[in-house]
Design a protein around this ligand. Structure first.
Ligand SMILES: [Mg+2]
Length: 242
């Protein structure tokens, strides 16, 4: 069942008006968090093979996650891609818990990336949804992350694939939404955007005048002032809006 939000922002277009369906990637179509944790665990094991004395400081992946978050929050990191922030976190891990090592830092980052791509998997509802979708809709993937859908076998569904790392400002900025509209010749009223994040996906779609859909797989409370046009808990529910 589709949960219509109580606070509807504005009159919504007729469902048949949608011509462009756009998606976020991480935590919307695939489980980034699980693959990230698995890859950090793999990389922690590799690091301890190389530097056995670091095992005491790295009993789990918590210090690795904390370092990455600290670098992300650092003012000097604004404008850096998530990939670059992750790369810097491995170098900082060595510098702070042992000694700087450019070669090993790069090796850890490369191993992390490879593990993460190998460990990433689609949510159970993703492939069936795309397989059954009306072929007349134009499809876009607008991602602030760096997992390419070609690794997951769904790249061919998309007319437009845009990443924040590819010279676009990350959502909620209008850049990637505008890029998808321009590439497909659609207007904001034609566009419906689906994502798990209120602050980037829903706020960004609302700001450009597209219809926003909050994919709330975990049924979290919305403790923000950001109001999605629709809230769904699985991609199966999206069909009722199209
Ligand atoms: Mg996401």
């Amino acid at each position: 069942m589709v949960l219509r939000t109580i606070k509807q922002r504005r009159r919504l277009p007729l469902r048949s008006q949608y011509r462009l369906l756009s998606f976020d990637g991480d935590m919307t179509l695939w489980d980034f968090e699980a693959s990230m944790r698995a890859a950090l665990e793999n990389t922690r094991t590799l690091l301890i093979e190389r530097r056995p004395h670091m095992a005491a400081a790295l009993v789990d992946i918590t210090p690795m996650m904390a370092l990455r978050d600290r670098i992300l929050a650092d003012e000097g990191a604004s404008g850096l891609s998530f990939a670059e922030i992750r790369r810097r976190a491995f170098h900082a891990l060595l510098a702070e818990h042992d000694r700087p090592d450019e070669a090993l830092g790069n090796e850890l980052y490369a191993a992390y990336l490879q593990h993460r791509l190998e460990a990433t998997s689609l949510y159970a509802d993703t492939a069936p949804f795309f397989g059954a979708l009306d072929k007349s809709l134009r499809l876009a993937l607008l991602s602030n992350g760096n997992t390419h859908p070609q690794h997951l076998g769904i790249a061919n569904y998309f007319d437009v694939i845009a990443f924040a790392d590819d010279a676009h400002r990350p959502k909620p900025a209008a850049d990637m939404f505008s890029h998808a509209l321009m590439r497909t010749g659609c207007s904001p009223a034609d566009m419906i955007h689906v994502g798990d994040a209120l602050d980037t996906d829903v706020a960004g779609a609302n700001a450009v005048g597209a219809t926003s859909v909050w994919l709330n797989r975990d049924r979290r409370a919305n403790d923000t002032a950001i109001v999605p046009d629709y809230t769904i808990t699985s991609l199966d529910e999206l069909n009722a809006l199209l």
